[in-house]
Design a protein around this ligand. Structure first.
Ligand SMILES: Cc1cc2nc3c(=O)[nH]c(=O)nc-3n(C[C@H](O)[C@H](O)[C@H](O)COP(=O)(O)OP(=O)(O)OC[C@H]3O[C@@H](n4cnc5c(N)ncnc54)[C@H](O)[C@@H]3O)c2cc1C
Length: 304
């Protein structure tokens, strides 16, 4: 099978190359702003460079990937918001099948067989897709491979009628290490009684050198946390080496986002909370008693 891959994020693009490698030859598309990384890219058979658009130009990408896509059986996109957004549009344009959040893929009898989580992470769906197929790959599922230097081909974007005009670009304030790349995450839930109390979690994250994430209600409903740090099926999927979940019940929609974590420690007053099913260590205790003691002990240990 011939595979075409694209991601706005080069490190995710290399994961896509690794995912596509099991199917056949992989061509990776890069845009003008990504060209500086072209020297470091190893693994795809071919590197397609389009100098006319940037990776943020979703409309241009739909046009370009749809026209290039006709030469390929499988189009791989990244599992972030922008990658998922492209899937449906391109599949519609090329008359292909579409799926998002795919965690494994293989060819079988000329079709593509994929796996992805369903029922909020309670089950895995195994699906057969017709060719051409357009899919987004779940982040962190495929490790980038060491490969040879690809051949390079320049591709052009044909003229098309734009319907979207970019009016302004604004830089988002930086919130430290992105949650999905952090080695240590402290996740907070509704067990915290008020916003000010979250400082306990920030103190813990600070002493451990980690970052703070939350359940959806804290970000989406209470607005105590920024939207980009809610963890779960409708938020960010994380894979830290250490995750400490404080005052979160561990409902399946949250748990689906922590499945790839290393060691999971949960702190909850309710010994029957579902979070304990996903934890290596459980502390059945009031967070307001436990977290200050833990922070103090860790500080003592660090000699701070
Ligand atoms: C379509 C859909 C998508 C969703 N997507 C997501 C998602 O991506 N991410 C997500 O998080 N949720 C998501 N949800 C919501 C999800 O179902 C849960 O409602 C949510 O995860 C619960 O958040 P919580 O654990 O903070 O709150 P709760 O479920 O209210 O849990 C609070 C926990 O704190 C404990 N607690 C209370 N006081 C203390 C204390 N003093 N010390 C220690 N523990 C204490 C309680 O025992 C309880 O277990 C989604 C829901 C739907 C319908």
């Amino acid at each position: 099978m011939r595979v075409l891959a694209f991601s706005h994020d080069i490190s995710l693009a290399l994961e896509l190359v690794s995912a596509g490698n099991s199917l056949g030859d992989v061509s990776l598309l890069i845009t003008s702003d990504q060209e500086k990384s072209s020297e470091e890219i190893m693994g795809p058979n071919e590197l397609l460079i389009c100098k006319e658009i940037e990776s943020s130009d979703q409309e241009g990408l739909v046009e370009l990937l749809s026209s290039l896509g006709k030469e390929y059986e499988v189009l791989l996109l990244s599992g972030d918001r922008r990658g998922r957004e492209l899937v449906g549009q391109i599949a519609q344009r090329i008359g292909g099948s579409a799926a998002v959040d795919v965690s494994s893929l293989k060819e079988s009898n000329g079709k593509l067989v994929i796996e992805r989580m369903t029922f909020g992470g309670k089950a895995i769906a195994i699906e057969e897709m017709s060719i051409p197929a357009v899919i987004s790959i779940q982040k962190g599922k495929f490790k980038p491979i060491e490969g040879l230097k690809p051949s390079i081909r320049e591709v052009k974007l044909s003229n098309f009628e734009r319907r979207i005009e970019l009016v302004e670009k604004r830089e988002k304030p930086k919130v430290g290490v992105p949650l999905d790349k952090a080695d240590i995450v402290v996740a907070v839930g509704r067990g915290f009684r008020k916003k000010e109390d979250l400082k306990l979690a920030y103190e813990l994250a600070d002493v451990l050198g980690g970052v703070v994430g939350s359940t959806r209600p804290l970000a989406a409903d209470l607005k105590w946390m920024p939207e980009e740090v809610w963890i779960g099926i409708s938020g960010v999927r994380i894979a830290p080496k250490l995750l400490i979940v404080i005052g979160a019940s561990g409902q399946q929609q949250f748990a689906a986002g922590i499945m790839d974590s290393g060691i999971v420690v949960a702190v909850n007053t309710d010994s029957k909370a579902p979070i304990f099913e996903h934890s290596d260590y459980g502390v059945v205790m009031d967070l307001y008693q436990f977290i200050p003691i833990l922070v103090e002990k860790l500080r003592e240990h660090k000699g701070a």
